[in-house]
Design a protein around this ligand. Structure first.
Ligand code: ADP
Ligand code: ASP
Ligand code: MG
Length: 457
């Protein structure tokens, strides 16, 4: 069997869903399980509705919900035709009424908890999977809607829950294997899951890729396909740098570094369950399905270029912690990291000197409280609007003079932090967010003007 995951843009409207249906039809002999995202931007809109309701603004929340209802009705109407849509309409209506009810409840209380956020966010994938399943059936495929909340089990860390693999694997196997044995096509929503007690959870933004990998690993898939809106993993974000080229094959380690540092084409955790089972992952373009895409393999292929790709991650804050008195004091770093841990803030890049530590974190609303906490240990400053730029490539290990070439090219750019060596395959630095497009384009020109044809398309 194979897993085919379709991202938001691949299911954004009726046309996109039709393309998706045609792609799945072409793979029926390989027994696909289809995992789908919410329609493009829907998760953002649901979260905006939740926030509006949480601030007591019921009117705005319900207005946003009406627009969402319209969009889903339109897509379903176009896909199903009048007769089928008439039946299906009331089914969708029940979901939208439930969403409105929930928003009214949140507005009445005036508080949006992480648990309720998950309830709201889950509607995106619940609705898209329902519509896509109905569209597949209308096109003559034997598809079956599977509620992911009944087969993927997580802890109760709402909005970024961690899967409980043993229980999930058991449930996925018992739910999906009989369907595949009957040559049915299971269609399930990504991103959503539930706790053992059946409370709805979500597994983090961009998490449908992760759902696909969980399903693939549980059933020992031959392959996991991540269908998106670009030709594969590219040498850099093609939306930032139009010269970006397709990477034909890349290692799991390289892909994970890239994903972690901002190449959102693939969710970082996707790679894990697939790596453990040695399942190849492909990134493919649903708008250009005949393109070979990118294969992510266990080992990196030989490549004449030093780097495979450049990623950039914006909305980063640098936190500087300076403590002259603590000079080399035993336990100081531990105390700092414990503070980050207490506030559940993850650190990306770290640089230390004798008297200070600089760390980068994703900009978020916990930072002021974290800084206040750290201020009890040392002097603290923080500064937002920064970005991490990361160059990734297995050949970095063996090639001398690389840092000189990178930073020589950026001699006029203010570099705030530098890190190399943690994984031996990435060179990472921090700059002002505004400088990202220019820096990425320049580095791309320097390192990707000549390409190894065995690795790049
Ligand atoms: P989906 O909705 O299918 O999950 P995403 O928006 O999450 O798609 O990811 C696809 C996007 O990732 C592309 O449109 C592109 O802008 C962005 N991206 C960033 N870095 C890269 C890269 N190195 N290669 C390809 N796409 C990239
Ligand atoms: N719909 C979710 C999100 O936008 C999950 C996903 O698309 O991967 O974050
Ligand atoms: Mg994505």
């Amino acid at each position: 069997m194979i897993v085919m995951k379709f991202g938001g843009t691949s299911v954004e409207d009726a046309k996109a869903i039709e393309r998706t249906a045609a792609i799945v039809k072409g793979r029926l002999s390989q027994k696909p399980v289809v995992v789908v995202s919410a329609m493009a931007k829907v998760t953002d809109q649901l979260l905006a509705m939740g926030r509006a309701a949480g601030s007591g603004d019921r009117k705005t929340a319900l207005k946003l919900s009406r627009a969402l209802r319209e969009r889903h009705y339109n897509a379903a109407g176009e896909l199903l035709g009048t007769a089928l849509f008439t039946q299906f309409h009331s089914d969708l209506g029940i979901d939208f009424d439930a969403l409105d009810e929930l928003l009214r409840g949140i507005a009445a209380v005036g508080e949006l908890t992480p648990r309720t956020t998950d309830h709201v966010a889950a509607f995106g994938e619940l609705l898209s999977s329902k519509i896509i399943n109905a569209a597949f059936s209308a096109q003559g495929m034997d598809s079956t809607l599977v509620d992911s909340r009944e087969c993927i089990v997580t802890d109760n860390t709402h909005t970024r829950a961690t899967p409980l693999f043993e229980e999930s694997n058991k449930r996925l196997e018992s739910k999906l294997a009989p369907l595949l044995a009957e040559n049915r096509v299971p269609v399930m929503g990504g991103f959503i899951a539930s706790t053992k007690a059946g409370i709805t959870t979500t597994i983090g933004r961009g998490g449908s890729d992760f759902s696909a990998a969980i399903v693939g690993a549980a059933l020992g898939a031959e392959r996991i396909e991540i269908w998106t809106d670009v030709d594969g993993m590219m040498t850099t974000d093609p939306n930032v740098c139009p010269e970006a080229r397709r990477i034909k094959v890349i290692s799991f380690d390289e892909a994970a570094e890239l994903a972690y540092f901002g190449a959102k084409v693939l969710h970082p955790a996707t790679v894990l369950p697939a790596v453990q089972k040695n399942i190849p992952v492909y990134v493919l373009n649903s708008r250009n399905p005949s393109c070979e895409g990118t294969r992510i393999s266990a080992r990196a292929p030989r490549c004449r270029n030093v780097f495979k790709a450049i990623a950039a991650k914006k909305r980063i804050t640098i936190v500087d912690v300076a403590a002259p008195r603590m000079l080399l004091a035993h336990g100081f770093l531990r105390a700092i990291f414990e503070a980050f841990d207490r506030h559940r803030v993850a650190v990306d890049v770290v640089a230390t000197s004798e008297v200070s530590v600089s760390l980068t974190v994703d900009s978020n609303e916990s930072i002021p409280a974290l800084a206040a906490d750290l201020a009890q240990l040392a002097d603290v400053k923080y500064e937002g609007r920064k970005a991490i730029v990361c160059l990734v490539g297995e050949n970095l290990r063996e090639t001398p003079g690389i840092a000189a070439r990178v930073f020589g090219e950026l001699a006029d750019v203010k570099i705030r932090m530098i890190s190399q060596g943690a994984s031996e395959i990435n060179l990472t630095f921090v700059i002002d967010e505004d400088a990202v497009p220019e820096v990425v384009r320049r580095l791309h020109k320097t390192f990707f003007s000549e390409l190894d044809p065995g690795v790049f398309a």
